[in-house]
Design a protein around this ligand. Structure first.
Ligand SMILES: C[S@@+](CC[C@H](N)C(=O)[O-])C[C@H]1O[C@@H](n2cnc3c(N)ncnc32)[C@H](O)[C@@H]1O
Length: 235
């Protein structure tokens, strides 16, 4: 359906991930800061993935997570709105001779959709690109693509409602980021708070549960949260 009012999710907020230099720099930063194999293991466990599982990763970026998950599941569909990210990730798959990951252009709201319900959906550091109303549409779309009791692994920047002193909270987060990840990432954290669409935990949790997903695990550190959610069976 052609919805004239639909949010244009191809607009990049914050870093422009259509820019080749930004994409390569992002990949290098992430390689330094993250242990993707450990992340994939956590995801595999949280989503109870098996060798015959079909997974959809939304906002795959440079594809590291999709490629790591591919070693233990049947197939991964990895989508992103940035053609530059997809090209970069696809090149990695070719270099590593991984052929059970399909990279497709598509976002939370439009583009590629798996033909059959999937066992798991993974999305990391991407949902905050959408304003809140559109997050709710994205979550409903994810629930629709999951098989009953299929699971979503959602990791993103989420603001806590347990505090009302956000000046102190953001200062502590930025200081911590500067200490562990350096000045550049601290500057990006400031830009994130200022210009991107991260939301409060209670708003996000309301949107998740109203989409027909049950939160089965939540883990928050600083302002990064992981939600493991399960599609409820309709009776
Ligand atoms: C910060 S990167 C995270 C990439 C990867 N998931 C990771 O954990 O490293 C955000 C990614 O989300 C993508 N993105 C932005 N808006 C999106 C949307 N509406 N649907 C899908 N992906 C989107 C960007 O192009 C970018 O590749």
């Amino acid at each position: 359906m052609n919805r004239l009012w639909q949010y244009d999710e191809t607009i990049q907020i914050g870093t422009d991930y259509r820019d080749q230099k930004q994409v390569a720099a992002y990949d290098q930063r992430m390689q330094k800061l993250r242990d993707v194999n450990a992340e994939a293991k956590d995801i595999q466990k949280a989503l109870s993935l098996a060798s015959d599982s079909i997974v959809w990763e939304i906002g795959t970026g440079t594809g590291e997570c999709a490629l790591a998950l591919a070693a233990t599941v049947e197939h991964v569909y990895a989508t992103d709105v940035s053609p530059t990210m997809l090209e970069y990730a696809h090149h990695k798959a070719e270099q590593r001779r991984i052929n059970n990951v399909t990279f497709e252009k598509g976002g939370f709201l439009s583009g590629f959709r798996p033909r059959q319900p999937v066992d798991g959906v993974v999305t990391q550091l991407a949902l905050h690109h959408l304003p809140d109303f559109w997050k709710s549409r994205a979550l409903a779309g994810i629930a629709n693509c999951l098989r009953p009791q299929g699971r979503l692994y959602l990791r993103d920047v989420v603001f806590p409602s347990a505090t009302d002193d956000y000046d102190a909270f953001f200062k502590a987060v930025i200081d911590e980021v500067r200490l562990h990840a350096g000045d550049e990432i601290a500057q990006q954290t400031i830009q994130h708070i200022k210009t991107e669409f991260s939301t409060l935990d209670w708003i996000l949790e309301g949107m998740i549960t109203r989409s027909g997903l049950k939160i089965v695990e939540k883990d928050s550190k600083g302002f990064l949260s992981v939600y493991v959610c399960e599609k409820e069976i309709k009776v």
